[in-house]
Write a protein that binds this ligand. Structure first.
Ligand code: AMP
Ligand code: MG
Length: 502
């Protein structure tokens, strides 16, 4: 039994973009939840991680000789720019390579104040950390790229929120924690060498084919835009609302990150907002593709000094000392045009990816995603769901089962729609049903159920949390006893509100 071997290539490649820092002392860490399957899949020693030494490691209690870092980033939060955010209560414990050769970060959230903590206390409460654990595991099971949750460790400390709450640390695994905001921060330093080193690190880690392009940094931008377009299309398919799509909460890898006030649609509604702080509806369900594009524009701005300057991003042009900060020169017109082209490409890629997702949900013939009739079929059914406030998840699953008509009040226009759809269906019934079943989950983390199980966990009862986890890990298979995860909140339940109060 042994501790995994960790590296710190991020800190080595871009030392300007993090601060060496230690986790706060945790005297008596206790393992609340742990994903044995994930540990094993990643080549980590699950049995060791469950030992007292392993749990101490998951709480950041590692020897002095083991360097750990708080990462720096900037970000647009609800549209306004904060030049320094960074890991205020998080630490990069290290990177490791799994048996398949993939590199991952092991990162802790709730591990104490850091130099980026500003007014925050550096802590996290059990409820929100279990929430991230549950929802990220559900998202992964739905086939959506996401950071993963390895463990939640109780700190044994009481932390102050609206009321005293038990503290916890989430141990999270991601293919990296590079964010749009990391690039914004790097660009703000005015140092081409740092920006280039970050972009190179991102290319090597996430988008290695960009290296072969004539303009690798433009290709990096394009690859991130494509990954994000596909990601958001998947969110839209399952009715996921991230809730806080600030540029610091958007990854370069294309994984979903930072589950704060996220929620799932019940009644389909493009304007659906659950977050208590999203007053203007900036991050409403239907706004997510546009916001992703807006965030990517910020990434493009940050990368602009490297774009259109050849494979080396202008490395050998000036002969000047790049490590002296200086204002960026006016970008070349061609660079701006190329970057704008990537943003236009995002819209196209998103649109194609979204219709691919929807075609699978509706069971139409493969290859028909671009058929204008399929497109109207999609927009008409979404308009119907919105008009009648029909439960998103239930409806699509019922379409698979042939019982969707029961959910619709105004049956006549729906019958016309069903007629039109039948002409576009995949004629291979078995293949169609299999594809639809794999695209339309029975179970999603229903907001009210999530609140209930987290409420119990906060009081020390993990049983309800443990009950729902297996169903959410196999969301496409109906089981007995999980009806609550398959239907919306009972009528009369107050509108669900999520809080950033983490
Ligand atoms: P978020 O939008 O929740 O991802 O966090 C935004 C920023 O606030 C990040 O820089 C976090 O590290 C920081 N932050 C959030 N909560 C705390 C806390 N309790 N203590 C210190 N920093 C925090
Ligand atoms: Mg964040």
């Amino acid at each position: 039994m042994s501790a995994p071997t960790f590296e710190q290539t991020y800190a080595a490649d871009v030392p300007e973009l993090s601060t060496a820092w230690r986790a706060a002392v945790v005297e008596e860490p206790s393992l609340l939840v742990f994903d044995d399957d994930l540990a094993t899949e990643l080549g980590l020693d699950a049995a060791w991680l469950r030992t007292p030494d392993g749990v101490r490691m998951l709480a950041g209690q590692v020897p002095e000789s083991w360097p750990t870092y708080a990462q720096a980033y900037a970000g647009h939060q609800f549209g306004s720019y904060s030049p320094v955010l960074g890991d205020g209560r998080a630490l990069l414990l290290g990177e490791f390579v799994d048996p398949a050769g993939r590199r991952h970060d092991l990162h802790l959230k709730g591990s104490g104040r850091t130099p980026y903590a500003r007014g925050g206390d550096g802590n996290a409460a059990v409820g929100p950390m279990l929430r991230e654990y549950l929802v990220s595991e559900a998202m992964d099971a739905l086939g959506i790229p996401t950071t993963r949750s390895l463990a939640v460790v109780g700190t044994g400390r009481t932390i102050m929120r609206e009321r005293p709450l038990p503290g916890a640390i989430l141990a999270r695994v991601a293919s990296s924690h590079l964010r749009v905001g990391t690039f914004q921060y790097a660009a703000s330093l005015g140092r081409l060498d740092v920006l280039r080193a970050l972009a190179d690190h991102a290319i090597d880690r996430h988008h290695p084919t960009a290296r072969e392009a004539d303009d690798p940094y433009l290709a990096l931008f394009e690859a991130v835009a494509t990954a994000q377009a596909r990601l958001v299309a998947r969110w839209m398919g399952v009715g996921f609302i991230h809730g806080v799509m600030n540029t610091d909460n958007m990854t370069i890898s294309g994984e979903t990150i930072d589950y704060g006030p996220c929620a799932f649609l019940d009644a389909h509604d493009p304007r659906a907002v659950f977050s208590s702080i999203d007053h203007g509806g900036r991050y409403a369900y239907g706004n997510q593709p546009g916001i992703a594009q807006w965030n990517l524009a910020r990434l493009g701005e940050a990368l602009l000094p490297l774009i259109g300057r050849g494979p080396g991003g202008g490395e050998d042009e000036s002969g000047e000392d790049e490590s002296t900060p200086r204002p960026w020169p006016e970008p070349a017109e061609a660079a701006v045009e190329a970057a704008t082209g990537v943003l236009a490409g995002f819209a196209e890629t998103y649109d194609a990816a979204f219709h691919e997702v929807m075609a699978a949900k509706l069971g139409v013939r493969t290859g028909a995603e671009d058929d204008p009739e399929v497109r109207t079929l999609v927009s008409d059914v979404l308009a119907l769901l919105t008009r009648e406030r029909i439960d998103h998840t239930q409806f699509f699953r019922a379409l698979t089962d042939g019982s969707a008509r029961e959910l619709v009040d105004d049956a006549a226009p729906f019958d016309v729609w069903l007629e039109r759809r039948s002409a576009l269906l995949d004629p291979d019934t078995a293949a169609r049903e299999a594809r639809m079943n794999a695209a339309n989950p029975v179970y999603i983390p229903r907001n009210h159920v999530v609140e209930d199980v987290l409420g119990a966990a906060t009081e020390g009862d993990l049983a309800p949390f443990m009950r729902v986890l297996p169903a959410l890990r196999t969301p496409f298979t109906r089981r007995d006893g999980f009806e609550d995860l398959a239907r919306p909140a009972p009528a009369g339940t107050p509108q669900h509100i999520t809080y950033c109060g983490t």
